[in-house]
Design a protein around this ligand. Structure first.
Ligand code: APR
Length: 235
């Protein structure tokens, strides 16, 4: 088996679809219910904080009713058993990777179960509704907002992601449309650094042509198959 010491996995909304969490694009997608500009930009938050907070409150409280699926569980198995480097970079803001047991994980677009203070920058675990003008437990300002990276804001931990891409021997993309940068550009960065590349997605994505290998189908079937084979080959 070629040297696959360091693996970087990128996940998108498609990995949570079989758990019943709506994706963003496509029929019935989250954005179909709303214009992005109305619920996921700094301008929207300033213009209509009640609408933005309500949009994320609905998604936060809906998390209680969903469970990780076989794809999340397979990545958690990989996380526990893989002897080399592994980083799961998720664009998702749900907590399904964590609840499946993943540890080597980061959320580049933020997390529903966290509140961010726009005044002092502190993050607070947050499981309930988050009304506008909520008081920050750290600085006391009425400045708590959803801890979500809005369009036009910088994704989190980009230096850590870029360092992992530079070291990756294998870059795997699961359940993302490749529509949003910088995540959509990760496959090219990985290839530039000599990594092998694999995409697992229900349908062709905007970046499929950049991948050395693409597998079509539901993540709940493809990801466990991939993980089992990888761990078996690693011996
Ligand atoms: N298994 C695998 N892939 C699936 C499944 C499934 N069961 N169901 C859907 N998909 C695929 C779709 O074919 C689509 O390509 O998942 C992808 C989901 O794409 P999007 O809805 O665009 O979600 P994502 O790529 O995560 O969006 C990226 O855009 O709106 C912003 O911040 C938001 O993080 C999000 C980012």
């Amino acid at each position: 088996m070629p040297n696959m010491r360091n693996i970087l996995v990128l996940t998108g909304a498609g990995i949570s679809a079989e758990s019943g969490v709506a994706t963003f694009r496509g029929p019935g997608g989250l954005w179909e219910g709303h214009r992005v500009e109305d619920v996921c930009t700094p301008e929207a938050l300033a213009r209509d904080p009640a609408l933005v907070h309500r949009f994320y409150d609905l998604r936060r409280t809906a998390l209680a009713g969903v469970m990780p699926n076989a794809a999340h569980r397979a990545l958690a198995r990989l996380d526990a058993a893989w002897p080399g480097g592994l980083l799961i970079v998720t664009q998702n803001v749900d907590d399904l990777h964590e609840r499946a047991g993943a540890r080597r994980l980061l959320h580049m677009h933020g997390e529903l179960l966290s509140a961010l203070c726009a005044a002092c920058g502190v993050r607070e675990p947050w499981g309930d509704a988050l009304p506008p003008q909520s008081e920050c437990p750290n600085c006391g300002m009425l400045a708590l907002r959803p801890d979500i990276v809005f369009f036009g804001e910088m994704p989190y931990q980009m230096e850590r992601i870029e360092a992992a891409l530079a070291e990756a021997d294998l870059f795997v993309s699961i359940g993302t449309s490749g529509a949003v940068y910088p995540a959509a550009g990760f496959v090219r960065l990985a290839r530039h650094h000599g990594a092998d590349t694999l995409e697992m997605n229900l349908e062709p994505s905007e970046g499929s042509h950049w991948f050395a290998e693409t597998r079509r189908g539901p993540a709940g079937r493809l990801v466990p198959d991939w993980v089992e084979t990888l761990l078996a080959d690693a011996g």
